[in-house]
Ligand binder design. Structure first.
Ligand code: 9MR
Length: 378
């Protein structure tokens, strides 16, 4: 018994000694989101494995590094509204719950898009295009129902995605076939009716092309002239090493800001792999056959190649910092390299290195470079 009391007394005095000691300071590494605070939100696209919590390493990075999230796939019409009278919110609910848990600015992607479109959306039971009236009703129902579920929780929406070709002409989608260019203002009108507080965006790839830039500026003007709400233009920013030139990209960024909307970098990634056609943008309809030459770095990037990648990524982040008064958000299209769609497009089964965190979820040198540049850009 005596020994027992003695042991407790020793333990207590040891604890008292410890609490008297000065706490050792643990130096927190700055995160991307804290370094960029006051400049723009740092966002990331979230996939289903992350939203469901299976990818714990990915969730940890989302939480530590990012303060905005966007749904990579789970809100596209083929997923969320697979049949005319059936919605499936399972995955989207998980995504929104993750964003709320992490106090992130949540972005919905995307309402009206020709790709990953629910197969029933624009056609009747015989596969024939529906009438103008039917499509308008379907668009309204879709937008109203999805908005009703997430009203006040999703703060901004990509309302229309990829409506233009690179030459500035309207993409000939089913929406365009049936409604002409009216489908765009209609979508913005329905979205605003459904949640007057939500920010509404137009989102597209290959925005550095002059003709596309001009078409988007025209669209913003037309929407505003009709008294419709449009808050932002999303520049997707799926980059290649040699395309587009930073200068052309900057011209588009400035043109959108001058049109009176916020600019958002919405789907950023930078492929290091050869691209069979530099004008491919993010046109997922185009694919090319696999060959060894097209997959030059299956194991790792040579140092010089990695350095060139870092330099190009840094040039873009320096541009974003230069124009941070015009940019409200920069979103990466995925957390770690292994998550990226780039590994399978436009050639399936390649190993690409397009994001800020590597396959082990370690930050690449670009992360420290961005944090340093942000701290120097007061
Ligand atoms: O990253 C998405 C990928 O997982 C999907 O297979 C693909 C299908 O269309 O869509 C990808 O995301 C696209 C985004 O929704 C719109 N802009 C282009 C993106 C890359 O294709």
């Amino acid at each position: 018994m005596k020994i027992h009391y003695f042991a407790i007394a020793v333990a207590l005095s040891f604890l008292a000694l410890l609490s008297g000691c000065k706490k050792t300071e643990v130096k927190e590494e700055p995160s991307l989101k804290s370094a960029l605070e006051g400049k723009f939100l740092m966002g990331v696209a979230v996939n289903d494995l992350q939203a469901s919590g299976v990818d714990t390493a990915g969730v940890r990075l989302i939480n530590e590094q990012f303060n905005s999230v966007v749904a990579e796939n789970c809100m596209k019409s083929e997923v969320i509204h697979p049949e005319e009278d059936r919605y499936d919110f399972t995955k989207a609910d998980r995504f929104v719950a993750l964003g709320e848990k992490q106090h992130a600015f949540i972005v919905g992607h995307t309402l009206i898009w020709h790709s990953q479109l629910a197969p029933w959306f624009c056609v009747d039971k015989n596969g024939k295009n529906v009438s103008r009236e039917v499509l308008i009703k379907r668009m309204r129902d879709h937008i109203y129902t999805v908005f009703a579920r997430y009203k006040g929780r999703i703060k901004g929406w990509d309302v229309v995605n990829e409506a233009f070709e690179d030459d500035g002409s309207y993409r000939k989608t089913k929406f365009y076939d049936i409604l002409g260019k009216d489908y765009i203002p209609l979508a913005f009108q329905f979205a605003h009716e459904a949640d007057p507080d939500a920010e509404l965006y137009y989102n597209d790839f290959s925005m550095a092309h002059k003709a596309k830039r001009e078409a988007v500026v025209r669209l913003v003007g037309e929407l505003k002239a009709k008294g419709l709400r449009i808050d932002g233009v999303g520049m997707q920013t799926h980059l290649q090493m040699d395309f587009p030139p930073v200068k052309d990209y900057e011209e588009s960024l400035l043109a959108f800001a001058n049109a009176g909307v916020k600019v958002m970098i919405t789907e950023m990634d930078l492929t290091i792999l050869p691209t069979p056609d530099r004008n491919i943008g993010a046109n997922v309809g185009r694919n090319f056959a696999y060959s060894k030459e097209m997959n030059p770095y299956p194991d790792a990037l040579p140092d010089s190649v990695a350095a060139a990648w870092t330099a190009r990524m840094e040039a873009f982040f320096n541009l974003f910092l230069k124009h941070s008064d015009k940019i409200s958000r920069v979103t990466m299209w995925g957390v770690a390299d292994s998550d990226s769609w780039r590994n399978d497009w436009p050639v399936r089964g390649r190993t690409d290195y397009p994001l800020l965190f590597d396959r082990q979820h370690h930050p690449k040198p670009i992360v420290a470079a961005i944090i340093k540049a942000a701290s120097e850009n007061k």
